[in-house]
Design a protein around this ligand. Structure first.
Ligand code: HEC
Length: 159
């Protein structure tokens, strides 16, 4: 009886250990980021994935699909307003790449977010009209709003 109970306890501990390791693996996928830092990294990463998807089409590596571009641009437009809430004052601790300048120039940081939302919306609208040339031009404009903010408010990347 006693032995059985111990075995059950061991089993539960073992399962918890495995689950713990799993969670650890999840966290390290984002360099150990937690909380709001992890959330915004994930948000940025999903916007990055949308940009890659559109970029492949714009560069002709994938079949050009205006409807799919419209959807990707729309996703960026809808996700972006979250940025405003995901950078609380002073949240630039390791492993975050956010620069303290964000909170010194908060107005400009928020303006850049607004600009990105505007350009993403324009791209989404244009893509519905399916004029490839203007889609490419607008895609480039949207990409510039990403890098404009990264240049000033994100630590320099190694690559
Ligand atoms: C208003 C400023 C701003 C705008 C606009 C912006 N970003 Fe970012 N982005 C940041 C900051 C700051 C970080 C660093 C966040 C951190 O590490 O805490 C970041 C990080 C990232 C990362 C790295 C995420 C990770 O896992 O570490 C990617 C990818 C990214 N952004 C893509 C994009 C794309 C694509 C766009 C445009 C569609 C964009 N960003 C627009 C400020 C911005």
């Amino acid at each position: 009886m006693m032995l059985k109970k111990n075995r059950a306890t061991l089993f539960v501990l073992f399962v918890l250990l495995l689950f713990g390791l799993f969670l650890l693996g999840e966290a390290s996928a984002h360099g150990g980021a937690t909380g709001v830092v992890k959330e915004r990294m994930e948000l940025m990463k999903s916007m990055g994935d949308q940009m890659k998807k559109m970029g492949a089409m714009v560069k002709g590596k994938e079949t050009f699909d205006a409807a799919s571009i419209a959807v990707s641009a729309q996703e960026i437009k809808q996700a972006a307003p979250e940025i405003t809430h995901l950078f609380p004052e002073g949240s630039s601790h390791n492993p975050s790449e956010a620069l303290p300048r964000i909170w010194e120039e908060r107005g400009r940081f928020d303006e850049l977010t607004e600009k990105m939302i505007l350009e993403a919306g324009k791209l989404s609208d244009l893509a519905i009209e399916e004029d490839r040339r203007s889609i490419v031009v607008q895609f480039t404009k949207l990409g510039k709003t990403c890098s404009a903010c990264h240049t000033d408010f994100r630590k320099k990347q190694e690559e």
